[in-house]
Design a protein around this ligand. Structure first.
Ligand code: NDP
Length: 329
């Protein structure tokens, strides 16, 4: 028997409720590899899946948790053996498939990535989907010509999970980082991660009035979308790129095409869920190399399975700072 957070749905009222339950190995879904989960984390999607589902959960009862790290316990796939350390993000695990809020998980071998040397399972989940996606964003910006020394790089939603890890990685790679935050009280935290400039959210969250403003940013990791992304496009330097990661400020993009046409600005889409294996491996290896572990440690807020209902509600309100690490051991 082992513990898991199980979400159930009352068929009459349609309401869902989450609680910690004891499960048996036989309860787990089919898969090639059974993992003893050591750590998981809390993402925006987890907030939805712990709560009413947001249209993501396929069937109930459901075990949420879109990412986890742990040790292989049993494997029918030759790529993995008992004792191997693994990490999983994406592939709709925790949404369409049972996820990581459980001391045991059974998944497809194709979805796993061997933990790179230099990262333990706790650190891997301090990074989590948010940090993995931040690394994908930095890699995409670099692939499109971003280099240190060309000017400040903007990170929006800076005190959140994606933003915190992006700030730490960029600063450690030698970029000058400007963090946009709606929480002025996080300024010291962001400076500790390496941001040298704090931009108040209200300064940059208004609808576009002029399609082009002064050329300011040499790159941008955008976790917010909405009017903020539209404004940022008009503030990019000539030929610079924005990596669109999230929609914490809304899914609309009330922008003009002028920054693309007159300044050659690039808008790069970042998806972490269906990312091919080779790029996943490359991103995890870069994380182990480029993310300073003392900075990662400063972002961690520890939690247990029992804390998840409250944390799920907090992240939906944009009230979680840094990276929550859920200890399942
Ligand atoms: P968090 O909730 O940790 O961070 C989001 C941050 O955005 C908040 O901390 C806040 O930062 C800012 N924010 C919140 N609401 C608003 C608002 N209304 N207007 C402007 N800023 C706001 O989430 P994550 O960092 O985990 O994820 C960020 C986004 O990225 C989410 O939309 C998530 O769904 C998406 N995502 C996408 C992935 C992909 O594969 N593309 C993978 C992972 C996440 P502050 O307080 O500093 O202003």
């Amino acid at each position: 028997m082992f513990k898991a957070l199980v979400v159930e749905k009352d068929e009459d009222s349609g309401k869902t409720s989450a609680g910690v339950k004891q499960l048996d190995l036989a309860d787990l879904p089919d898969g090639d590899v059974t993992v003893a989960v050591e750590y998981s984390t809390v993402n925006y999607k987890d907030g939805l899946c712990i709560g009413p589902g947001g249209g993501l959960v396929r069937s109930y009862p459901h075990v949420p948790g879109i990412d986890f790290a742990g040790t292989v316990e049993a494997s029918d796939d030759e790529r993995y053996s008992p004792g191997d350390k693994v990490v999983l993000t994406g592939w709709r695990v925790g949404e369409a498939h049972w996820g990581g809020y459980s001391q045991k998980a059974r998944v497809k071998a194709d979805w796993l990535v061997p933990l790179p040397r230099g990262l333990d399972t706790r650190q891997a989940m301090a990074v989590g989907t948010a940090g993995f996606t931040a690394m994908l964003a930095v890699m995409a910006l670099e692939d499109h010509g971003m280099e240190p020394g060309h000017g400040p790089v903007l990170v929006t939603g800076a005190a959140g999970g994606v933003g915190s890890v992006a700030t730490a990685i960029l600063a450690s790679l030698g970029y000058e980082v400007a963090g946009v935050t709606g929480r002025p009280e996080t300024a010291e935290y962001l400076k500790g991660l390496g941001a040298t400039q704090i931009v108040p959210r209200e300064e940059i969250n208004e609808l576009v009035k002029r399609p082009l403003e002064s050329e300011t940013w040499a790159g941008c990791v955008d976790a917010v979308g909405g009017p903020m992304l539209a404004r940022v496009l008009g503030q990019m330097k000539y030929g610079a790129s924005v990596a669109a990661v999230g929609l914490a400020g809304g899914p609309q993009l009330p922008a003009t095409v002028i920054p693309f046409l007159l300044r050659g600005v690039n808008l790069l889409g970042i998806d972490s869920v269906m990312q091919p294996f080779d790029n996943r491996l490359r991103a995890w290896q870069r994380i182990a190399r480029d993310l300073p572990m003392d900075k990662l440690e400063a972002m961690i807020r520890p939690a247990t399975l029992e804390d998840l209902s409250a944390l799920g509600a907090d992240i939906l309100k944009g009230q979680v700072q840094g990276r929550v690490v859920v200890d399942l051991s």
